[in-house]
Write a new protein. Structure first.
Length: 81
């Protein structure tokens, strides 16, 4: 499955996503971490981070309480490898 870059915008997303839960996950590259957030159906934020802590802090500041869930993005993570 190819990665659809149209879903990778970094627009501001409202914290209140109705009944959808915001998840985040990451892919560790050599010198940085690729972090992303989404609702399990689409990805709406991608960024580069120095550490998992930095990623978690940014996700919480943008979306409130978020859950690490790599399974929700398994297709995207597979496309990165």
């Amino acid at each position: 499955m190819a990665c659809d870059s149209s879903n990778l915008s970094h627009i501001n997303v409202p914290r209140d996503r109705g009944t959808l839960t915001t998840y985040y996950a990451f892919y560790p590259a050599d010198f940085f971490i690729i972090g992303f957030a989404g609702d399990g159906r689409r990805i709406f934020r991608v960024g580069f981070y120095r550490s998992r802590g930095e990623l978690r802090r940014e996700m919480e500041s943008l979306f409130g309480k978020v859950e690490l869930n790599e399974g929700a993005f398994s297709d995207f993570i597979r496309d990165l490898t």
